[in-house]
Design a protein around this ligand. Structure first.
Ligand SMILES: [Zn+2]
Ligand SMILES: [Zn+2]
Length: 194
């Protein structure tokens, strides 16, 4: 009786030890194969990985997802990057529009060049992302730049009276600028396909 009780106590004492050596509760299991125990983890996201799931990246052990992020995840820009892309596009659009209007070079071809420049600004300002949001912002900014060029062109007569810009905007010969406007937008969006 006394001997049996001693053996049970010994087993109970040994239990936690057995568990920590390779038991079920303390060893992590593969993220992709929950039935496989492993001590290897992805160096980036720290998911446990079995021998079949371990990939070797340039900087160590990686899981499948961390080694090759899905293209969608890679292409998505952060809100901050969209804002930066839009700001860069606006700056180039205003500067380019001012220059084209001042030079009097407002036509489909120069508008296309303006669009390409605005698209480039958005592309690099947004860290080379090609999101629809950034492309859309580039297109709108190219249009803003062309509108500025058209206003400057119309104001070149020399009338700088109050309300001149507003009146010019209202009375712009819009039909004349439809083709350049399309060219500017096409240029901006086309830049993202290069
Ligand atoms: Zn990972
Ligand atoms: Zn696995």
């Amino acid at each position: 009786m006394g001997v049996g009780g001693g053996a049970i106590s010994l087993l109970k004492l040994a239990e936690p030890f057995a568990e920590s050596r390779g038991g079920t509760r303390t060893t992590p299991r593969c993220y992709y194969h929950p039935d496989r125990e492993t001590n290897i983890t992805c160096g980036r996201c720290e998911r446990p990985l079995c021998a079949d799931c371990v990939k070797h990246g340039a900087t160590g052990v990686r899981c499948e997802e961390c080694l090759t992020p899905p293209p969608r995840a890679r292409g998505l820009a952060t809100t901050r990057q969209v804002v930066q892309a839009t700001t860069a596009a606006l700056v180039v659009a205003l500067a380019g529009g001012l220059l084209l209007g001042w030079l009097g070079w407002v036509g489909p071809l120069t508008a296309l060049v303006l669009g390409l420049a605005v698209g480039s600004a958005a592309f690099y300002g947004g860290r080379r992302h090609r999101d629809a949001a950034i492309q859309g912002a580039a297109g709108i900014m190219a249009l803003v730049g062309l509108l500025l060029a058209a206003v400057v062109l119309s104001l070149r007569g020399g009338q700088a009276e109050v309300g001149g810009v507003a009146r010019t905007l209202v009375n712009l010969p819009y039909a004349r600028f439809i083709l350049p406007a399309i060219a500017a937008i096409v240029g901006a969006v086309l830049r993202f396909l290069l």
